[in-house]
Ligand binder design. Structure first.
Ligand code: G4P
Length: 538
């Protein structure tokens, strides 16, 4: 599988190019089938170039043997890095931004969700909404991301369709509007009825689901003698009578989700999901801007000069180069390789000479890109998550939120001769957003604190400190379990409380940390005037 650079936009205008982009992510709990669905979307889009489905996993295996600090991925069997998959289908360009499945890396997913225009929420038909799905769903809801829900593994026993609707309503308070309806009980899944056309798509299994499954399309009347088809139609009639129709506005603002049933492994329902992504997932739209104080300040029109948002920085994507890639979502204008752009945070100019399309770990030079696309800028040491890049007309986008840390450790330098490496390594990990690096005083405290939403973040940090920066570090448990962002004026009051402390990040963010939820609640009760925010920004 290789990446095919897009043909230059011959006569296509920017508006046309933007309108055919679909930039989305899949959110799910590990094991719900995200890898399988991703691969099947590629298969159905014709992007596997004749290869059979199964290649992505095979590739993943190969890839692991060539990485070094990615050792962690191999030993733990988890995906640490985000990748961007790009493929074309029916004249549309899809950018599928991958998200790490493990909860310890949910910060990365949060950043990815700031760069998409839609998301597919994938749930296992038997297990329903699982903890990681819930966490990511909450982020998607807060950002009002339009959501398509794919109920996977329908080839196995699981919830019946009406139960699924109920489950989503009770666990997520989310209205789910089915756009297709399964025929056959979970475990004896035959196909779906498309609600709009009323047509029955009867699926056929292919060996191992490696190839596109032939579909038989039946009209009402063609399958009347099939009891499962009759039963599905009855259920649908019932649903039509009691439930609301699909409301495109409610879908676009994330208050209702479009629901699909399927089985990624046997290819059932993948085609309808892909068509729905074409029809329903919104194309890029003007991006909201803020002023210097962070207050709303209009929006960047798509045809304004180039502007992009750095939503992820990944080091060591390719161990042979030990480099960093900053992923930039194009928000407006046309991006051209070699373009000189300004970094809004530093005011410095940057030549985008090393711009790549990143496909898994493979890269191809990217000559041009349009709103919705993701450009991987290689080797730009200066770029941080949240940076805005622009051409000619300054742009400022809202800060990317970050989750309040829940795990804290003191980090010690174990080799005093290498203090410089220790300091540099910590600085870089903080800038990249691998972990938060905090100190008691802004001026620098000999024992900094690492903070994150999961312990695996610390493992990544230690691993990189040793292998990349040559610093030997030791970790000691720190006593805090909960954190909130606060303001400088509130620091003295918080420090007076027993079990509370205030730590500072290099960018000046003040973080109040507490030994327990109880300490925090008591402080909130005694001092309701304090700023204690759950969301931070980068
Ligand atoms: P993830 O990326 O979300 O973690 O999930 P992944 O696609 O790796 O799928 C997790 C397991 O669920 C895999 O089984 C996969 O084959 C299975 N799976 C995915 N979609 C479906 C489906 O529609 N129906 C059924 N029955 N199973 C599905 P595994 O045993 O862990 O791996 P494998 O040996 O099958 O590859």
């Amino acid at each position: 599988m290789s990446s095919t650079p897009l043909a230059p936009a011959a006569a296509g205008t920017l508006a046309v190019e933007a309108a055919r982009r679909r930039t989305f992510a899949i959110i799910s709990h590990p094991d719900a089938g995200k890898t399988t669905l991703t691969e099947k979307l590629l298969l159905y889009a014709g992007a596997l170039g004749g290869a059979e489905a199964g290649a992505v996993k095979a590739r993943a295996g190969r890839r692991d043997s060539t990485s070094d600090w990615m050792e962690l991925e191999r030993t733990r069997g988890i995906s640490v890095s985000s990748t961007v998959l790009r493929f074309e289908h029916e004249g549309h360009v899809f950018n599928l931004l991958d998200t790490p499945g493990h909860k310890d890396f949910s910060e990365d997913t949060l950043r990815v969700l700031s760069a998409v225009d839609a998301a597919v929420m994938l749930i296992d038909a038997a297990k329903g909404v699982e903890p990681q799905t819930l966490r990511l769903f909450e982020v998607a809801r807060a950002r009002r991301i339009p959501l398509l829900t794919f109920v996977n593994k329908y080839d196995r026993p699981g919830m019946e369709p009406l139960e699924v609707l109920d489950h989503l309503a009770t666990t997520l308070e989310l209205e789910a509007v089915p756009l297709n309806w399964p025929v056959g009980l979970p475990g004896a899944f035959q196909g779906v009825i498309d609600r709009e056309s009323g047509l029955f798509h009867r699926f056929t299994r292919t060996a191992g689901g490696a190839r596109v499954a032939p579909e038989q399309i039946l009209r009402a009347g063609d399958a009347d003698d099939d009891p499962e088809w009759a039963r599905a139609r009855e259920e649908l009639e019932l649903l039509d009578a009691v439930a609301d129709d699909f409301d495109p506005d409610a879908f676009r603002d994330g208050s209702a989700t479009a629901l699909f049933f399927g089985s990624a492994v046997s290819n059932f329902g993948v085609g309808p999901l892909l068509s729905a992504l074409v029809r329903l997932a919104p194309a890029p739209s003007p991006r909201r801007e803020v002023d210097a104080a962070g207050e709303p300040n209009g929006a960047r029109e798509l045809d304004a000069p180039f502007a992009g948002l750095v939503f992820k920085v990944q080091a060591n994507m390719d161990p042979r180069h030990r480099d960093r890639i900053a992923f930039v979502r194009v928000c407006s204008g046309r991006f051209e390789r070699g373009m000189r752009v300004v970094n809004g945070r530093t005011g410095r100019t940057l030549a985008m000479a090393h711009a790549h399309e990143v496909f898994g770990r493979e890269r191809a030079l990217m000559e041009e890109a349009f709103p919705g696309d993701v450009v991987g800028v290689v080797g730009a040491q200066d770029l941080r998550v949240g940076d805005t890049l622009y051409l000619d007309v300054p742009a400022r986008f809202p800060a990317i939120p970050s989750l309040a840390p829940e795990f804290f450790v003191f980090v010690r330098n174990r080799d005093s001769a290498r203090y410089k490496q220790f300091r540099r390594g910590l600085e870089q990990l903080d800038e990249e957003g691998v972990v938060h690096v905090l100190r008691r005083e802004a001026a620098g405290d000999p024992v900094p604190v690492l903070a994150g939403v999961g312990r695996l973040q610390f493992e990544v940090a230690v691993n990189r400190m040793e292998n990349e920066f040559g610093a030997r570090v030791g970790l000691d448990e720190a006593p805090w379990t909960v954190a909130r962002r606060t303001e400088p004026g509130d620091v003295p009051t918080i420090r007076e409380a027993t079990g509370a402390e205030v730590l500072v990040r290099a960018d000046g963010t003040q973080l109040a940390v507490f030994r327990s939820e109880f300490v925090l609640q008591r402080l909130e009760r005694d001092h309701p005037e304090l700023t204690l925010d759950r969301l931070l920004t980068r």
